[in-house]
Every structure is written in structure tokens, then in C-alpha cells.
Design a protein around this ligand. Structure first.
Ligand SMILES: [Zn+2]
Ligand SMILES: [Zn+2]
Length: 257
């Protein structure tokens, strides 16, 4: 399986995975123009996609959908019912949806897809495990805490895109309103650097080869802090695991796993 993350953070999220001839996207959180620019820089043709999957209805995950759907109406849009409804209201896109039940497993091309509920303040948010029989990609961002479903999916992953949103000290010191700080650090907010490291320590994902830290806050985190928090947890795995930090403003390297 191959993965390219077009950008990750509270200003926009989108990624592409490829297995054999199957190209899938997760989230469409950049303007279509910006996403198109990043896709073409990475040699990805949106018309090749067999599906666009949504994690939840926050604008940093769906704001480009309206234009994307107009330009590429043949690309099926996958979400659970509540998320599809919420995104339809937000973007005006009310056709092209293929609605699934959270936790059901289904096949799209060469890839088997399973979603899992995540605690976050959106309509019905999910993370994903994409599995092609040889490798499996975990996508888990925008969650205030890790549930059993999150841990179970992470345990199967060979590559993980895992939220490492904020440094608790920087969040506390920031000039954000108290209510927003509570929202971010709460059960339905975002995983801190320490939360992400604790999750890896607890699950000890036995097949993990690549760990990508995602959805970093630009105000309340720094790539070196996220990396420093995670490094000991990865070292404890006692294996060679590629650890990278994803960026908001530019696409990632191409990962193969
Ligand atoms: Zn987000
Ligand atoms: Zn969100």
C-alpha cells in the first residue's frame, strides 16, 4: 500500500492511499483549487479515485467537497449516515453518497474498509482501517480519547496516521478562551502529544512499520515536541519504525508499507 498525505492540521486535511489499481481519498478539507494543486504536484489524478471517505463534518475535513463533487461527480462519497447528512447540509452536496454503518466492513476495489467510532464533538465521527490483505492503514485523528475500537484498529495497522494535536503546556499558556482550551483537551477534543505516545505504549502495534504524527496544532504544538514525546514509545517497540511528523502546508513524502 502507498500513502500520500496532502496536508494535516486544523486548517485542512486530505490524504490518498493506493493499493494495486485502487485509489482512495480520505477527507477533502482544502479548497478544491488548493487540493488540486497538491494532488497534481504529487502525480495523483482525482478522476482515478474509487472513493472519497469522510471522517467527520468539521470544515477542516470537508470544505472542498462542493467544488470537488462538481468537477468529479463520478467519485463515490463514503460516510456514515449522520456524517453524510451533516456534510450535505454544510456543503450542499446531497448526491453521490454511499452510506455505511459504523464498524461494518466492506470492500472497495482491492481494499477492505472498516470504520470505528471516535470521541469528538462532531455529528458521528469515525476513524478508518484500510486493509489490502498485506498491509493496513490506520487513520485516527480528531479524537479526545482512545476507545477500544481505536486500539483494536491500531493493533492491526502497518502504517498509522495518528493525531498528536497539542502540547498541554503550550495549550495552557496560549491566549485561547478557556472554553476552547477545555474543548480541545476534553474527552471529545483532540489527543495531546502525551496521549498519542501513551496509546502507542499501551497497544504496542505488532505490525507497525510507519507512524505519522498528524493534526498538529500550529499554535499549541511544534513538530519537535510531538516527535520528542513519541520517540521513547517507538523505541520501546524494539523495532525499526519510521516516525515522521505531517505538515499543514505541504504534502508528505510518499510512504510505502
Ligand atoms: Zn480536524
Ligand atoms: Zn474535528
Amino acid at each position: 500500500m502507498k500513502l500520500r498525505v496532502f496536508g494535516s492540521g486544523s486548517k485542512g486535511n486530505a490524504l490518498a492511499l493506493r493499493s494495486g489499481n485502487t485509489l482512495l481519498f480520505v477527507d477533502c478539507g482544502f479548497t478544491c483549487r488548493e487540493l488540486g494543486r497538491r494532488m497534481s504536484a504529487c502525480g495523483v489524478d482525482p478522476d482515478d479515485a474509487s472513493g472519497l471517505f469522510f471522517t467527520h463534518d468539521h470544515t477542516d475535513h470537508c470544505k472542498g467537497l462542493s467544488t470537488f463533487h462538481n468537477r468529479h461527480p463520478q467519485v463515490p462519497l463514503y460516510a456514515n449516515g449522520n456524517t453524510a447528512d451533516a456534510i450535505s447540509v454544510l456543503t450542499g452536496v446531497d448526491e453521490g453518497w454511499r452510506v455505511f454503518e459504523t464498524a461494518e466492513t466492506f470492500q472497495v476495489g482491492d481494499v477492505s474498509v472498516t470504520s470505528f467510532s471516535i470521541p469528538h464533538d462532531a455529528a458521528d465521527p469515525v476513524g478508518y482501517l484500510f486493509d489490502d490483505g498485506e498491509s493496513a492503514l490506520f487513520v485516527g485523528t480528531d479524537m479526545g480519547s482512545a476507545t477500544f475500537g481505536v486500539k483494536d484498529a491500531l493493533a492491526r495497522a502497518t502504517c498509522a496516521v495518528l493525531e498528536s494535536n497539542h502540547d498541554p503546556v503550550l495549550l495552557k499558556m496560549s491566549d485561547r478562551p478557556v472554553s476552547l482550551k477545555q474543548r480541545i483537551s476534553g474527552r471529545c477534543g483532540h489527543l495531546s502529544n502525551g496521549d498519542a505516545a501513551d496509546l502507542v505504549r499501551e497497544v504496542r502495534p505488532p505490525r507497525l512499520k510507519t507512524l505519522l504524527l498528524a493534526h498538529l496544532s500550529q499554535q499549541c504544538n511544534a513538530p519537535y515536541l510531538a516527535r520528542e514525546a513519541m520517540e521513547p514509545a517507538v523505541a520501546d517497540l524494539g523495532r525499526n519504525v519510521t516516525l515522521d511528523v505531517l505538515e499543514q502546508d505541504s504534502p508528505s513524502a510518499l510512504y510505502e508499507f
